[in-house]
Design a binder for this molecule. Structure first.
Ligand code: WTA
Length: 653
């Protein structure tokens, strides 16, 4: 999709609503940016503090902003304890549906009991304030319970998506130095048990810091329990005592709450570190502005808690509002291709926060499967993770939303902690445009820059930047403040660089146009091409590798690897299969290359850098463009020949 084809002028006014032109949030934003101290001090009253803060923001050492610096609180207290003191005590906090159709529910009081038991069990294992607890769990209730119990005792959680490989798990656990790992024997996927503990066991010998492993029994499949290291979760809880109470630690607002690893353009994944107070205030208000939660809602965010969307919008934001959240284990197309619609009907889901990849998949499955179900409980549809193309948006609006419900397309990142650009339904109702995330939320000071750091005019594509601090922003990269500064504030001092392309239309609406760097979004999963490349070159046959994203009708994009072999090795289907397997082992199935293309040589610039632009042109079928910077004049013909050859190979795939 090119900028020129975007439907800048199409506006939708779903029938449930009265609309505003963004005036209210503009006023809020002006207030927030003019006087952040006053604005955020007021907003932070929605949170329970043990010790009040004297100022909202310490900006004396940018970009290391400190939110509510001398305030103290506990996020688990805010998510659970404060509700059990009032009328929400017996309200459902979670409804969970497992892959085999079983349903479990937790009232706030029941969640409180479970979290206290696990908090005690973690203490018994020696977890203290500031210790890191690694979590490698599928989406089962024990996952949010572990996050909340860790936060209750002042620990720092680091969740590793349960589909990651042993190597990827060990990299992350070693970087943050966790001493306890919480995992499960397995999980159910497409009706079959899949092992999880096996990966943890394979990683164990290369995770020297891990002293204890808590194992949730989910599938009952046989696992090896290592004496002295591995403990069954249910036994640890039983030992903790039935009605145990663990006092929530009073934490500094700026203490770290979690580390979540995410891909960037260089080296290993970055440990994005979020603090407690600012993050919670942002989680609370962004949910309020975008989705306007009520006590009647059954709110379903489909994201795995292994990613940021699950952290903020499956745990901290909905619970801090006292909402009922729905969680599910498994995949959207098993046991039937209508599993989502079935679950919405069964549980009466009112807010569905989904993804463009899922919408495109359902479009392929067809409308009939949707029409079989009563979806009248729904009042809001959300979208996240990648740009939603106007066709998918319109299908979502028409077939799921019956032209009645707003589509809340939320643009944000692991680093931003919560929504940044999004239609609102709480603060006001935003007229929608299919494919646009619309307008920045209050206090989000976004702009679009050209290469030189100048703000571009409307209609011109550039990179999205954020010009003022906001409470949900990351604190730093774990133990690497310099990398934090360089990565996000290195290009233009004081300006947060998002890595995304965007364009603004004449109404000031933002259209996100994908990544400007070497990060891929494969089915919404964030994957660094550099991680795939380093996995590929670790193979003895490979001398060079370059990975690019290729457009895909369902997943948005998929990785394609260009590989140059060392002399003595010849391309073959076996080698191709071996390389694909290698990537799966090094990272996980989500990074599986769609194609591996063997090439004789990489097109390079005179300074020896791979000409990624040229490889991209091959994938998109775009014209080659300017080749004047290639290595040496004589190689132009070679490159053209390689180009023709690559196109042939891609075409024959
Ligand atoms: C992309 C996920 C367009 C974007 C919350 C961003 C989006 C990256 C949207 C962050 C959206 C996320 N429209 N693009 N609504 N939401 N993105 O860290 O490229 O996994 O930079 O956070 O996802 O991915 P992450």
């Amino acid at each position: 999709m090119t900028e020129a084809s975007l439907p800048f002028n199409e506006r939708y006014y779903p029938s449930i609503a009265k609309f505003s032109n963004g005036e209210i949030r503009k006023q809020e934003s002006e207030k927030a940016l003019k006087n952040p101290q006053e604005y955020w001090a007021e907003k932070a009253k929605a949170i329970d503090w043990y010790k009040p803060f004297s100022k909202a923001l310490d900006d004396s050492n940018p970009p290391f902003y400190k939110w509510f610096p001398d305030g103290e609180l506990n996020i688990c207290y805010n998510a659970i304890d404060r509700h059990i003191k009032g009328p929400r005590k017996n309200k459902l906090a979670y409804i969970w549906e497992g892959e085999m159709g079983e349903v479990k529910t937790y009232t706030y009081y029941q969640l409180y009991r479970e979290v206290n038991k696990l908090a005690k069990a973690l203490k018994n294992l020696g977890v203290q304030k500031g210790d890191r607890v690694a979590v490698f769990l599928p989406v089962i209730p024990e996952l949010p319970i572990t996050l909340l119990a860790t936060a209750r005792i002042g620990g720092i959680h680091t969740v590793v998506f349960s589909g990651f490989s042993a190597e990827a798990l060990a990299d992350r656990v070693n970087d943050c130095g966790a001493k306890v790992l919480v995992t499960a024997d397995g999980s159910f996927r497409r009706g079959k048990p899949v092992a999880i503990k096996d990966n943890a066991d394979r990683a164990a010998p290369i995770m020297p810091n891990i002293e204890k492993v808590l194992v949730v029994k989910r599938t009952g499949q046989p696992v090896q329990m290592k004496e002295g290291r591995d403990i069954w979760y249910h036994e640890a809880l039983a030992n903790a005592g039935a009605n145990v109470y663990v006092e929530p630690e009073s934490m500094k607002s700026t203490d770290p709450l979690f580390i979540l690893y995410t891909s960037g353009t260089t080296g290993k994944p970055k440990g994005v570190q979020h603090g407690i107070g600012g993050y919670l205030v942002w989680a609370y208000w962004t949910l309020k502005w975008a989705f306007n939660p009520t006590d009647e809602d059954i709110y379903w965010c489909v994201a795995d808690i292994g990613w940021i969307t699950g952290h903020t919008y499956n745990v901290y934001a909905p619970l801090s509002h006292g909402m009922t959240a729905f969680l599910f284990e498994g995949t959207p197309d098993y046991p039937g291709q209508d599993r989502w619609w079935q679950m919405i009907e069964t549980h009466g889901v009112t807010i569905l926060y989904g993804t463009p990849t899922a919408v495109r998949m359902f479009m392929k499955f067809g409308e009939a499967l949707v029409l079989k179900h009563d979806l009248s409980s729904l009042r809001i549809l959300g979208s996240v993770g990648e740009p939603i193309n106007p066709e998918a948006w319109k299908w979502y609006y028409r077939v799921i939303g019956k032209e009645r419900l707003p589509i809340i397309d939320t643009w944000w990142q692991t680093e931003t902690g919560g929504f940044m650009i999004s239609p609102a339904s709480g603060i006001e109702l935003t007229p929608l445009k299919p494919g646009s995330a619309t307008l920045p939320l209050p206090s989000v000071n976004v702009d679009i820059f050209d290469e030189k750091g100048q703000s571009v005019p409307q209609g011109t594509k550039g990179v999205l930047v954020i010009k003022s601090p906001w409470p949900g922003m990351l604190q730093q990269i774990w133990k690497d403040p310099e990398r934090f500064k360089q990565t996000y504030f290195g290009r233009w001092p004081g300006i947060y660089f998002s890595g995304d392309y965007a364009v603004r239309d004449p109404d000031g609406y933002f259209w996100l146009l994908g990544r400007s760097d070497e990060v891929l979004k494969v089915a919404g999963h964030r994957i660094g091409t550099v991680e795939l490349e380093s996995a590929l070159v670790s193979h003895p046959a490979v001398s060079e590798a370059a990975v690019m994203g290729k457009e895909d009708a369902v997943k948005g994009e998929v990785p394609v690897a260009f590989v140059v072999l060392r002399s003595g090795f010849t391309p073959s289907d076996e080698l191709r299969a071996e390389l694909i397997k290698l990537v799966r082992t090094a990272i996980g199935p989500i990074a599986t290359p769609d194609a591996v293309v063997f090439v004789n040589k990489m097109p390079k610039t005179r300074s020896g850098k791979i000409m990624r632009r040229l490889l991209k042109a091959v994938l998109t079928g775009a014209p080659l463009g300017d080749t004047s910077t290639i290595e040496d004049e004589g190689s132009i013909e070679d490159i053209k020949a390689t180009y023709a050859e690559l196109q042939k190979q891609i075409g024959s795939k």
